[in-house]
Design a protein around this ligand. Structure first.
Ligand code: ACO
Length: 428
């Protein structure tokens, strides 16, 4: 294949290099488009065709349903690795050796205390506050109690800030839930694994021992791995673009959490459950809601269906669907919501509207069902997603800084009024 793309504008030809990624994807390098064409720009709302960076962290092929982290397939990682190994892999590029993994975990545990003044901030929130708002604020607040800027040229500094946030974030997640439930804020247990510790911090009651359930631990581990990175999605792009102004890591992460909150992104797992509840309350008529989803006059969308990139199936959804069946059967959960979910799924998979538009269940269609089975409140689902995505955000932020990427600053095409004279207020 020629490695040049030619663009013709008003009879004038311009050439741009084609660059190829390691998975044979091809991109037109338009870095010099404006300077060579005298200011012509591109328009691509939603960035459906625009690569914002070159990255060596996550590869996904939406047509083939492939997702891999640093070259390892998501299927293999979900089956054979644990969340901390995957976090290390994403952030530092290689699977850790046993020694590296043990040290990583020890260093994270050493950083798992949160300044007690953060409790005062937690206390100031009403119980009704949305957990994502609380989590984003607390993450931002960490900046006030920790070194706010990282010397990105120092591997040691970078490592310290990575283990610091991986240590403190689960505490913030647990406090967000405990505040909502009126439980005392507490710390974790240094003797536990990362995921076991998260569960204990979230669910331990002050008057009884917390008993770990291996099925729940394994399911959460898998869920966190499946959510750990997804290349340049809305929240990750947010983290990179905020970080590109050289804002600190915690500030960039806090912005990413806000981006994740929306129902078209991470908030979909909450929206799925709310939708299923609403259908149940309304008599369980899935056909009625299928019709609503297809009606262009109706703003209703089938939450948990469709994906910007996956157009055949979401590989994460495949893994999680199996996990959901296992977990719910093992926990003995019988939930009418499940029947509604299965009914919707079957109808959508056989419906022309959904088939033609390649709308398949995404990861969030099933993750909420598992979280609910584990006893996690619906409005905490997206917080769990954030916990899983944390290593991905950190890895992307670190890569962006190490590659010394320029500040993110898209262009626009102005379509407003052209120059006009000012009219004083008494003459308008
Ligand atoms: N229900 C009904 N129709 C849908 C749905 C849906 N869930 N999703 C897309 N469509 C339709 C659109 O109306 C559009 O139809 P048209 O071509 O007749 O106009 C067509 O399918 C294409 O949809 P777009 O919105 O252009 O697709 P896009 O790639 O921009 O959006 C998105 C992807 C946001 C995920 C969308 O499918 C959606 O809103 N899904 C529901 C929310 C959801 O589950 N989000 C979670 C995503 S996964 C994640 O963030 C981890």
């Amino acid at each position: 294949m020629a490695n040049i793309a030619t663009l013709e504008i008003n009879g004038e030809k311009y050439e741009f290099p084609l660059i190829e990624g390691t998975e044979k994807e091809v991109a037109i390098d338009i870095k010099n488009l404006r300077s060579t064409t005298g200011g012509v720009t591109t328009i691509d709302p939603g960035y459906k065709n625009t690569g914002s960076c070159e990255s060596s962290i996550t590869f996904l092929d939406g047509e083939k349903g492939i997702l891999s982290y640093r070259g390892y397939s998501i299927e293999e990682l979900a089956e054979k690795a644990d969340f901390l190994e995957v976090a290390y892999l994403l952030i530092f590029g290689e699977l850790p050796t046993k020694e590296q993994n043990d040290k990583f975990h020890e260093d994270i545990k050493a950083e798992s205390l949160v300044d007690d003044d953060i409790r005062k901030i937690v206390d100031a929130f009403p119980k009704s506050a949305h957990p994502m708002g609380v989590l984003s604020s607390l993450t931002s607040a960490l900046t006030a109690f920790n070194p706010s800027s990282v010397n990105v040229d120092s591997e040691e500094d970078m490592y310290k800030s990575v283990v610091r946030i991986l240590g403190k974030f689960p505490v913030l997640v647990a406090w967000t839930l405990r505040k909502k439930q009126g439980l005392p804020l507490d710390y974790g247990d240094k003797n536990l694994g990362y995921v076991e510790n998260v569960l204990k911090m979230m669910f331990k009651k002050p008057n009884e021992e917390y008993v770990q359930n291996k099925i729940v631990v394994d399911a959460l581990d898998k869920l966190l791995i499946l959510h750990a990175d997804h290349e340049q999605n809305c929240s990750t792009s947010t983290v990179r673009i905020v970080g590109s102004s050289h804002a600190g890591l915690f500030a960039s992460l806090s912005a990413g959490i806000s981006a994740l909150w929306g129902p078209l992104h991470g908030g979909a797992n909450q929206a799925v459950l709310e939708m299923l509840e609403a259908i149940k309350e309304d008599g369980g008529d899935t056909k009625k809601y299928m019709a609503k989803a297809k009606d262009k006059e109706d703003p209703f969308r089938l939450m948990g269906f469709g994906h910007r990139v996956y157009k055949n199936f979401d590989p994460r959804a495949k893994i999680i669907k199996v996990a959901a069946d296992e977990v719910l059967a093992d926990l003995g959960v019988e939930d009418p919501i499940l029947e509604i979910a299965k009914g919707l799924e079957q109808e959508a998979l056989n419906d022309d509207y959904f088939v033609k538009r390649k709308l398949y269940p995404n990861v969030d269609f099933y993750s909420g069902i598992i979280y609910r089975g584990m006893g996690i409140p619906t409005d905490m689902f997206t917080v769990m997603f954030a916990l899983g995505r944390l290593p991905g955000w950190i890895a992307q932020w670190r890569e962006m800084r190490l590659r010394k990427e320029p500040i993110g600053r898209p262009r626009q095409l102005y379509i407003g009024e052209t120059k006009r004279p000012f009219v004083p207020i008494n003459k308008r």
